[in-house]
Design a protein around this ligand. Structure first.
Ligand code: S3B
Ligand code: CA
Ligand code: ZN
Length: 304
């Protein structure tokens, strides 16, 4: 029997219809996307609510992925493809390693698991408990956040603790915005399905969700690896300031260059300011209005 790349379709977590790059072999269809250049494969698995990874390939009998139990698989696969396309088309990066590494996701991890993470090799998504979260792969900004952890790991390598860890978190949120530029919110599509208008975090108003947005309010703590999900509010606010003054197109070039050329594993907030300013100078000139906007963005959050 011939194996072949196929196009399937199905419904995502928000009951949204979408087509899928799938693969057929021996009459079974797989969430296995071979359409990317230079053999960059995107593949999606299910843990069947266990905790062993990667689990089992997500399969379907007729390439119509319409079961509610398949919605998380559908979105993890479709959104991973979108994030691949973004990094390739906007930054000419071929997967997280810039060498066509396979992008693997596993959904239905654990039981009522309100988390999503990059484990160093793959993306992993819980189903949520239905109250705090619904299936976490149902948000493009979440998928972009997780895959950007992989990009960061292969580039700047920002250590996941204290200020470098908060930067690690912030770059993932900022690229989450670049993939989902309709709002400055993070995770709004999967956070508290029973409550509308809220989100996990806000780049424009970090304090709305308990994050500092100025260095004067930096939280000194050892919990959460030194408050990486709290103190990210400060660089996130600086990013919002930057994007709202120079626009997404210039901002994403500056952020990508800082991440891949200048930042290092132990970079702190002040170094990130310098890296972004240097990137702005490289791309748009040191006396440019763009450069001055980045400077003002970080001045406003008290990082020099
Ligand atoms: C926006 C995505 C996000 O923050 O995912 C996480 C969740 C939901 C819980 C714990 C950690 C993370 C993470 O990826 O940092
Ligand atoms: Ca969003
Ligand atoms: Zn994160």
């Amino acid at each position: 029997v011939t194996d072949a790349a196929t196009t399937g379709s199905g419904y995502g977590v928000l009951d949204d219809y979408k087509t899928l790059n799938t693969y057929s072999s021996n009459g079974t269809y797989y969430l296995y996307d071979v359409t990317k250049p230079m053999n960059g494969v995107i593949e999606t698995f299910t843990a069947r609510n266990g905790s062993s990874l990667p689990g089992y390939y997500s399969t379907d009998s007729n390439n119509s992925w319409t079961a509610y139990s398949q919605a998380a698989d559908v979105d993890a696969h479709a959104y991973a493809g979108k994030v691949y396309d973004y990094y390739k088309n906007t930054h000419n990066r071929n997967s997280f390693d810039n060498n066509g590494a396979t992008i693997r996701s596993t959904v239905h991890y654990g039981s009522n698991y309100n988390n999503a993470f990059w484990n160093g090799s793959q993306m992993v998504y819980g189903d949520g408990d239905g109250s705090t979260f619904t299936s976490l792969s149902g948000a493009l900004d979440v998928v972009a956040h997780e895959l950007t952890h992989a990009v960061t790991e292969r580039t700047a390598g920002l250590q996941y603790q204290y200020q470098s860890g908060a930067l690690n978190e912030s770059f993932s949120d900022v690229f989450g915005y670049f993939l989902d530029p309709g709002d400055y919110l993070m995770g709004e599509d999967v956070y508290t399905p029973g409550i509308s208008g809220d989100a996990l975090r806000s780049l424009s108003n970090p304090s709305k969700y308990g994050q500092p947005e100025h260095m004067n309010n930096y939280v000194n703590t050892s919990s959460d690896n030194g408050g990486v999900h709290t103190n990210s509010g400060i660089p996130n606010k600086a990013a919002y300031n930057t994007i709202s003054s120079i626009g997404k197109a210039k901002a994403e070039k500056i952020y990508y260059r800082a991440l891949t050329v200048y930042l290092t594993p132990t970079s702190n907030f002040s170094y990130a300011r310098a890296a972004l300013l240097q990137s702005a100078a490289d791309l748009y000139g040191s006396g440019s209005s763009t450069y001055n906007s980045v400077k003002a963005a970080w001045d406003a959050v008290g990082v020099y």
